[in-house]
Ligand binder design. Structure first.
Ligand SMILES: *Cc1c(COP(=O)(O)O)cnc(C)c1O
Length: 376
């Protein structure tokens, strides 16, 4: 049996090797490594795919969040509400810009931010909400957008794990993750659903003013060459990565279907098992399965992971520690017990291998090995 990996980038590359190699070679031949035509071409393709007016490529997903908060003019002391159950980058940039992160708990079914908790956390200092579309499924955007409208707040979507997911509005309209708020941020880190072969990221927006500001902020705050009207940063997507992404974007929907098929296979094996809760689906969103995450109940999780490892199966915990209990983010406002759902999830979730390249033998080996441990 082929070795099982959390993410199998090797096999994926082998299927598209000719196209990728050609795209890389073209950039090298042109020697336009920075802001070459490849970047513009990918940007335009992604705008079309997402149905969004502007894509602003940048260095990575973390910087996408950072430059967005800078371009929106958020100031020290402004409160930014986000999820207590997410990757650290979301809170990191808030802290880095001396904004005040305000954490709220999540829904135990979907792992996404709870809009009622968001509403309770709004104060006169609140300036923005950062919903994270965690594990490949959209947060409850309609409620969040309503709250933002009512309280005059920005919505910055962290779409790093959910590029390509569709959100279905009540009125029948459909939007891609990251295109509904004032801005959406994504990451092209190799293991993300649309991954490049290094670092990369982008901001999406339909706001023309914000787009102009973002393009300035990512380029040293420079409006006219060597005239700097703002303090900016250097955050670029390089041409080689853009050329790779242009190729891989064509396969994004196919890749999502493959991930969904893996999720269905896992669901079939685990549904109804009292010790394993399969990932809940939110009826207003499609799920592109960046991760397939089970919630265990009365299971020795470490024992399960060791058992899987002994069978050649990697697994992971996303995420073991809630943001408010991370050492660098300890804050007298928060203590253990404040976010019970997040804390329960951190103690009980396990993510199984998820990618686009499994064969049936591998998948049965994974589900069989999980059940062998669970049912003994
Ligand atoms: C990956 C990720 C980021 C950061 O992206 P990088 O490109 O690694 O900087 C931010 N938020 C979430 C939810 C992520 O999964």
């Amino acid at each position: 049996m082929k070795k099982i990996q959390m993410v199998d980038l090797q096999s994926q590359y082998q299927h598209i090797k000719n196209e990728i190699d050609g795209a890389i070679q073209e950039v090298i031949d042109s020697c336009m490594f920075i802001n070459g035509p490849a970047v513009k071409n990918f940007q335009e393709d992604l705008e079309k795919y997402l149905g969004v007016k502007h894509v602003i490529p940048c260095g990575n997903g973390t910087e996408a969040l950072q430059v967005t908060m800078m371009a929106l003019g958020l100031k020290p002391g402004d409160e930014v509400i986000t999820s207590s159950f997410t990757f650290i980058a979301t809170a990191e940039v808030i802290a880095l810009l001396h904004l005040t992160p305000v954490l709220v708990d999540v829904d135990p079914e979907t792992f996404n931010i709870d809009p009622d908790a968001v509403e309770r956390a709004i104060t006169p200092k609140t300036k923005a909400i950062v919903p994270v579309h965690l594990f490949g499924q959209c947060a409850p955007m309609e409620k969040l957008l309503d709250l933002a409208h009512k309280h005059n707040l920005y919505v910055i979507e962290d779409a790093c794990q959910s590029i390509g997911a569709d959100y279905y509005f009540e009125n029948g309209r459909k939007s891609k993750a990251g295109t509904m708020g004032n801005a959406g941020c994504t990451s092209f880190f190799p293991s993300k659903n649309l991954g490049c072969y290094g670092d990369g990221g982008a901001v999406f927006t339909n706001d023309d003013e914000l787009e102009k500001k973002l393009r300035v902020v990512v380029n040293h705050g420079m409006t006219v060459r060597y005239y700097h009207d703002y303090i900016g940063v250097n955050s670029r997507l390089d041409s080689i990565q853009a050329a790779i992404l242009k190729v891989k974007l064509q396969y994004l929907d196919e890749y999502a279907r493959k991930r969904q098929a893996v999720a269905s296979f896992y669901d079939e094996a685990f549904k109804g098992n009292p010790k394993l809760k399969i990932p809940g689906r939110y009826y207003k969103s499609s799920h592109v399965f960046h991760q397939y995450t089970l919630v265990t109940n009365d299971v020795d999780r470490k024992g399960l992971m060791d058992h899987l490892a002994s069978k050649g199966i990697p697994s992971a915990i996303y995420y073991p520690v809630p943001l408010h209990l991370q050492k660098a983010y300890l804050d007298p406002r928060y203590k253990s017990g404040d976010f019970p759902v997040t804390e329960m999830l951190c103690n009980s979730v396990i993510s199984l291998p998820m990618h686009t390249e499994f064969d049936h033998e591998q998948l049965s080996h994974i589900t069989g090995s999980v059940l062998e441990f669970i049912n003994r």
